[in-house]
Design a binder for this molecule. Structure first.
Ligand SMILES: C[S@@+](CC[C@H](N)C(=O)[O-])C[C@H]1O[C@@H](n2cnc3c(N)ncnc32)[C@H](O)[C@@H]1O
Length: 312
């Protein structure tokens, strides 16, 4: 089985992670193993790659893709929210680098068969990990209107959230909504009219993204992951996070900023009483974005933002 995904900002990731022989690096979103492979090339013969993914297809692929490095890898089918216990199971006290390339892979969208794409007739599932409980079908058919509106608004920044939620409620009364194409058609009917006969983006794009985020609790685990990640790093170890939409990037940016900040006592306090010390140094003052050339070759990279911080 071949797994299709083009890694985003590969050179930048390898450089910022300072990958050299003997380092211990955790790739928390192994996906197509593109970043992992490059990391392995740099950290052998003495280093160790801890690879994590919550999608069993990615895990299966990783064993094949990284077969040349089998003495230097430990792979975990798990959610990266469990990073501390994963590292301890791997016998690692502190890592030298951590990378999380958030979101989903091209393979999941194109071949996952789980309704990530509205262009294919697939069951409305959207779980990256098929062992979890909540599916997009459950949200669409069982959640009350208010909750649907808040998912579409908060995770998709969808301006037509109210109309779309109403339409979904009407349609699901007629017949359970179970397929991605049917949902896309319902959303399309509740969306803006086309300008000059064309949509700028398909009207279902934001709703599908919002559902995916809700099903996989993508935003809810991010802050704690960054906190745990930093705690798991050795001194001068680096954490690199690639995000693909503004809500995600905002969380990463604010969390990193907060952890890089020292004393938080009010300005008029003569002496610090909070005792807060910075845990990290911010390496990328502004997010790094892919080059024009990379975007030309891989359109999916266009919204990527990479932020890097170093443990003090
Ligand atoms: C964009 S892809 C990563 C691609 C990879 N960096 C590469 O170079 O091929 C994102 C991957 O992260 C996984 N993922 C997303 N959230 C996760 C989480 N909370 N825990 C573990 N894996 C996660 C997805 O299943 C997917 O395989």
């Amino acid at each position: 089985m071949s797994y299709e995904h083009t890694s985003v900002m590969p050179k930048e990731v390898i450089n910022y992670l300072n990958c050299t022989n003997g380092k211990i690096i955790a790739d928390c979103t192994i996906g197509g193993a593109g970043h992992s492979k490059l990391i392995c090339e740099k950290i052998i013969s003495k280093g160790l790659l801890i690879g994590i993914d919550q999608d069993p297809d990615a895990i299966k692929n990783a064993y094949n893709a990284l077969s040349d490095y089998k003495d230097n890898i430990k792979i975990f089918y798990d959610n990266f929210k469990n990073l501390p216990s994963i590292l301890s199971e791997a016998g690692v006290d502190k890592a030298d680098g951590i990378i999380a390339d958030l979101g989903i892979s091209f393979n999941q969208i194109e071949y996952g068969g789980r309704g990530f794409s509205f262009q294919k007739e697939e069951p409305l599932d959207m779980r990256m990990n098929p062992k979890t409980f909540l599916t997009a079908e459950k949200i669409i058919n069982a959640f009350e209107e208010k909750k649907l509106i808040s998912i579409f608004k908060d995770y998709g920044e969808e301006p037509r959230a109210r109309f779309i939620a109403k339409r979904i409620i009407e349609e699901r009364k007629k017949e359970k909504i179970t397929s991605s194409v049917r949902l896309a058609k319902i959303v399309e009917k509740a969306a803006y009219r086309k300008k000059k006969g064309r949509y700028k983006i398909h009207p279902a794009t934001k709703v599908f993204m919002a559902l995916r985020i809700a099903v996989n609790n993508e935003l809810g685990i991010l802050e704690k992951f960054i906190e745990d990640g930093v705690d798991s790093l050795a001194s001068k170890g680096r954490i690199c996070i690639i995000s693909f939409h503004s809500l995600e990037d905002r969380i990463v940016k604010h969390k990193i900023k907060a952890m890089a900040k020292g004393c938080i006592c009010p300005a008029d306090f003569v002496k610090c009483v909070c005792g807060k010390k910075p845990k990290i140094k911010i390496i990328t003052k502004k997010a790094i974005i892919p080059s024009d050339e990379e975007v030309r070759l891989n359109r999916k990279a266009r919204s990527a933002k990479l932020r890097v911080a170093e443990k003090i």
